[in-house]
Write a new protein. Structure first.
Length: 292
């Protein structure tokens, strides 16, 4: 409600002043300042960055589900918390230009590095080493066991889109990289922590398991049942592939690897965290399930 997550994420709002809005430079970012945290509004230079991130990535458990008006509303609320705009300010595609002139760190963007300009200076002087690389990776630093769950189970606080997952901090830390890989490959449900679904027997459709996987991996944030959202509707996919001999294998590979070009240019994120059994449940449901 106040731009704070109360968990592991840095607050969105805070650390800026009316003087910062005037100058376009956040004083708390200056060398020697010991401000406790660097919030989002302290660092971001362009209001369009905030709009774009909210539009593409929020809410955390259902990205791309907000309408354009809702994105403007959420952004306006945050800007009001930062005292950049008044409570009666109407934020839209035209007035957003006015807001940019009041962003506290609008003049704080560094433009001299190689990421922004072809002739810019890189921010490091090291030479990349691409030979004689070590073959064995050693874990040299980790949280002590008593602190692993200080903020709750990190795995349940991470976005459930794509292959990235937080560590299951309800479980002991892995003792080696191989053990960490084995844990990652078990295909545990990212939300409930329960074991992955079993593959459907003899081509049967496990409707309950499929619906659970759809929700746990935010598939319905981009795919509607019968209506196109960001990606095609599940009914469209079923109609296209249900009679293809290799449909099951194709869809399993597509879900796992992601990609673009078949239904348009918008890319589908890979779901590499899914086990083969989960992939089979989802692909089989798409091909033969009751989609309505």
């Amino acid at each position: 409600m106040f731009g704070e997550s109360n968990e592991v994420f840095t607050p969105i709002i805070g650390g800026t002043t009316a003087q910062d809005i005037k100058t376009g430079h956040v004083a708390n970012l200056l060398p020697g300042k010991n401000f406790p945290q660097r919030t989002t509004i302290m660092k971001v230079a362009t209001v369009s960055t905030l709009w774009d991130y909210i539009n593409r990535a929020m809410p955390w458990n259902a990205p791309k589900s907000l309408s354009t008006d809702q994105v403007y509303s959420v952004l306006a609320y945050l800007l009001n918390l930062a005292e950049i705009i008044d409570t009666d300010f109407e934020l839209n595609q035209d007035s957003i230009k006015e807001v940019q002139k009041r962003m506290p760190n609008r003049n704080g963007m560094v433009m001299q590095d190689g990421l922004w300009r072809v002739d810019g200076k890189p921010d490091v002087q090291n030479t990349a080493c691409m030979k004689d690389c070590p073959t064995e990776v050693k874990i040299t630093s980790s949280l002590p066991d008593f602190a692993r769950d200080a903020h709750g189970n990190i795995q349940m606080q991470n976005r459930v889109v794509g292959p990235v997952r937080g560590a299951d901090t309800d479980m002991p830390a892995p003792k080696s990289l191989d053990e960490a890989r084995q844990i990652a490959q078990k295909g545990h449900d990212a939300v409930s922590g329960k074991p992955a679904a079993q593959a459907p027997a003899a081509g049967g459709v496990d409707e309950a398991a499929a619906k659970k996987l759809l929700g746990a991996n935010s598939c319905t944030a981009c795919h509607g049942m019968t209506n196109k959202l960001v990606g095609p509707a599940f009914a469209e996919i079923q109609a296209k592939y249900k009679d293809q001999a290799d449909g099951l294998a194709y869809l399993k590979g597509k879900i796992k690897s992601g990609g673009s070009g078949v239904w348009g240019s918008t890319p589908m994120p890979p779901q590499a965290q899914l086990s083969d059994a989960d992939l089979a449940v989802l692909a089989n449901w798409v091909l033969k399930g009751q989609i309505k």
